[in-house]
Write a protein that binds this ligand. Structure first.
Ligand SMILES: CSCC[C@H](NC(C)=O)C(=O)O
Ligand SMILES: [Zn+2]
Ligand SMILES: [Zn+2]
Length: 416
């Protein structure tokens, strides 16, 4: 009994307060489809007040965006913005070993919850960085801005970053550099993302001849669709081979090739109130949907022509469920003072960073398309990549070390 009490008191005493803030933030239900944005906003505003940081809630996009500011010595200089999305993807409760919104911490210090990696860790690490910078006697040279935005997990569209970057309030922030989420790294190194692949979701519809299922009907919708699907899957194979069977010295990563996945297939006439299919009527229409991710080095206009060529046969058409005609990256050359500073800061603390193209899509793409440099960097190493996965976790020591890593980078960027 006494042993248990002493153990509990010891754990309590040794728990870093930032871990408690992190766990409380994880417990706020910002999972889709009904994220509690008022709950996360109230929480963030309370923390800003407690830390003496200026904060406002911008509601111009239709959902709350929390903006925090620490004024620099020269507020006219472009600022450093730390952006986090506050929403998280849903969790399949039965597939988790603990309640995915309990922020349960085990004896090793592993904290299990939806959002531990994606990206409530980074949101609270940014907040703790702001607290530490605010406590310093000397102001940084540039303004530090923190933005906490909704709806990244549903594509940033609607009320999220895609709309916010078009607003005057965003322009007024005068952002020189944005830091947003990256990915965990399973080994000792850390990954920094300087660009992303453009997500194109293509929906192909085929129409064709109908008739009795016992005959050789020609020009059917399914036959046309299959020809296109096969051409597109051949392209997928070619890209797969470039990634996996290329020369080892070319060192291609997932972000460097185009992926194409057939994610939607639809044909056949429903029968019996939708509980069964009809098998002897050739369907007039068939559809296929593809998730295509295109690296920023690919010419998007030329790729569009490729899709047109794949779907050129009479009776085929396509629409986009998601499309962009711009995909800017942040150039990592000598002229990029932010990058030089970021690299030097990492070198000083002896951590190895590996620059890569982010394989999926984050809010950074909207920032880069406005001509603003952005790095995707989550200071998490030696941790499996578990974003959107069951039993997503982060160790508390990794979380605390991440604050330290950011504290060795962000003040340098602010003083550039
Ligand atoms: C088209 S926007 C969808 C955004 C989502 N982001 C992540 C990180 O999974 C994705 O890449 O599928
Ligand atoms: Zn994320
Ligand atoms: Zn995500």
């Amino acid at each position: 009994m006494w042993g248990f009490i002493i153990f509990t008191i010891t754990v309590y005493i040794h728990t870093d307060p930032s871990v408690t803030v992190f766990r409380k933030f994880l417990q706020i239900r910002t999972d889709h489809p009904n994220p509690d944005y008022e709950g996360s906003t109230t929480f963030l505003l309370e923390k800003a007040k407690e830390y003496g940081i200026e904060a406002e809630v911008y509601r111009g996009t239709g959902s709350p965006i929390v903006i925090m500011k620490i004024e620099g010595q020269d507020p006219t200089l472009p600022c450093v913005c730390l952006n986090s999305h506050v929403d998280v993807v849903p969790a399949v409760v039965d597939c988790w070993k603990v309640d995915p919104f309990s922020a349960f911490k085990d004896e090793k210090g592993d904290i299990y919850s939806r959002g531990t990696q994606d990206m409530k860790c980074v949101a609270i690490q940014f907040l703790e960085v702001a607290r530490l910078i605010k406590q310093r006697a000397e102001k940084p040279k540039r303004n530090l801005i923190l933005t906490f935005v909704p709806d990244e997990e549903i594509g940033g569209t609607g009320k999220g970053m895609e709309l916010f970057v078009e607003h005057e309030r965003f322009r007024q922030l005068n952002i020189g550099l944005c830091i947003d989420e990256g990915l965990a790294s399973p080994n000792d190194t850390f990954t920094v993302f300087y660009g992303e692949r453009a997500p194109w979701w293509v929906h192909v519809t085929a129409v064709g001849n109908v008739g009795h299922g016992s005959r050789f009907i020609e020009g059917t919708a399914v036959e046309k669709l299959m020809r296109t699907v096969n051409k597109m899957l051949q392209f997928r194979d070619d890209q797969f081979n470039i990634l996996h069977k290329g020369h080892s010295e070319c060192g291609k990563k997932l972000g460097d090739v185009t992926t194409l996945n057939l994610t939607v297939l639809k044909a056949g006439l429903p029968e019996n109130g939708g509980n069964a299919y009809n098998y002897n009527v050739i369907p007039a229409q068939a559809e296929a949907g593809f998730d295509i991710r295109i690296p920023p080095t690919v010419n998007l206009q030329e790729f569009l022509e490729q899709i047109k060529a794949w779907t050129a046969e009479e009776g085929l058409s396509f629409t986009f469920a998601n499309y962009t005609d711009r995909n800017e990256m942040t150039h990592l050359n000598q002229d990029n003072k932010w990058w030089s500073c970021f690299q030097d800061s990492c070198k000083q603390i002896g951590i190895t960073i590996v620059p890569e193209i982010f394989p999926a899509a984050t809010d950074s793409r909207f920032i880069r398309n406005k001509g603003i440099p952005a790095f995707g960097f989550s200071p998490i190493n030696n941790t499996p990549i578990l974003l959107h996965d069951h039993n997503e976790f982060l160790n508390e020591k990794t979380f605390i070390k991440g604050i330290d890593i950011y504290m060795n980078i962000i003040p340098n960027l602010l003083n550039l």
